[in-house]
Design a protein around this ligand. Structure first.
Ligand SMILES: [Fe+2]
Length: 343
């Protein structure tokens, strides 16, 4: 059980969310400026910076990774309030002693923060170590699942994009350099990744990156508010990318990383085969998911196939729900946008 009160976190988060990070975001993202961070890094560091401030406010003494330290420095030099601890005595509560994972079981979004969990390199791990890490990972997944009080782990959005917006997506695709995208062929063997609290397996597809049109859809305040309403807490845009599937490409069954709690997917070009979602496994423990994928392989039996028509969108809580895309009959390009919660 956490020693901090969820109400204290909620209060601290509400105060924290009033800090305007807009000017710092512009500075870090500016293509002609000093930093030139990619959009996803600006988004993820901002969220992690807010979490760090909440923890500081409630009495934790975490040292921030350099990226969060820079964000804080720019906020303060831009006239924002410096981070402070609350007055515990007059509030009548004790400073927190819980670790990051107890407070944010959905997992850290910034690599440096994530690495805090890595005890040893995977190759050096013995069975006893693995069993201990698996037990920790199981606890974190359970804690994460208990945060979700969704009616459903998926939903459809009809008329998600107009024909004109789809044309703009297709046009900006032509300007993305496929060579600069990340191709995935292979990947880890099916199993449970105890460091990321995620199911992994082999995939073959390509991440092409995004252009201004996809970023605009991703960060549309009305859409972000709708995702937040569905999830029952404030959600923030993290990453977006076009995904290219060639004939025969696939996505082995997996759950998503911390930075992708919720995904929104729509077809930009071609005919994507169904996204298979294993909703019956969405509340399974880490250990049973690990055993399930080892015995069932890349494309387990069961699941629910979602076929979304052009202009429709499928939203999935992919951090909880295992999902896969079977080998494709045809080429297709998907727009994929991801969101994560602050708390
Ligand atoms: Fe996924």
């Amino acid at each position: 059980m956490p020693t901090f009160s969820p109400e204290a976190v909620a209060t601290s988060a509400a105060l924290n969310q009033q800090i305007d990070a807009g000017p710092v975001r512009e500075l870090l993202y500016d293509a002609g400026g000093k930093y030139r961070w990619p959009r996803f890094r600006v988004n993820e560091v901002e969220l992690e910076w807010r979490r760090w401030r909440i923890r500081r406010h409630l009495g934790a003494a975490d040292d921030p990774p350099a990226s969060i330290g820079l964000f804080e420095k720019l906020i303060v030099s831009g006239g924002g309030p410096a981070v402070s601890a609350m007055d515990f005595e007059s509030a009548g509560i004790a400073p927190i002693t819980d670790g990051y994972d107890e407070m944010f079981p959905q997992g850290p979004l910034v690599t440096k923060a994530l690495q805090g969990r890595v005890v040893r390199a995977p190759g050096e791990r013995d069975d006893e170590d693995y069993a201990r890490l698996l037990a920790e990972s199981t606890r974190r997944r359970d804690a994460y699942l208990s945060k979700l009080d969704n009616d459903s782990f998926w939903w459809h959005i009809d008329d998600f994009v107009s024909a004109e917006t789809l044309r703009r997506c297709a046009a900006e695709l032509d300007h993305l350099d496929p060579a600069a995208g990340m191709a995935f062929a292979g990947g880890p063997d099916p199993g449970w990744d105890v460091l990321h609290d995620a199911l992994t397996s082999k995939s073959s597809n390509m991440y092409l990156g995004a252009g201004p049109t996809l970023v605009q859809i991703h960060e549309d305040p009305v859409l972000v508010a709708d995702v937040s309403r569905r999830m029952g807490r404030a959600m923030y845009p993290t990453r977006c990318t076009y995904l290219r599937y060639r004939k025969g490409d696939f996505l082995g069954v997996h759950t998503d990383m911390p930075t992708c709690e919720v995904s929104l997917l729509f077809t930009v070009d071609g005919e994507a085969g169904p996204m298979r979602s294993y909703l019956d496994q969405a509340t399974d423990t880490a250990s049973s998911l690990g055993q399930w994928v080892v015995s069932e392989g890349q494309f387990p039996r069961g699941g629910k196939d979602f076929v979304y028509q052009p202009r429709e969108c499928l939203a999935l809580v992919g951090r909880a729900t295992p999902h896969a895309r079977l080998p494709q009959d045809d080429r297709a390009v998907i727009g994929a946008m991801f969101y994560s919660g602050l708390t």
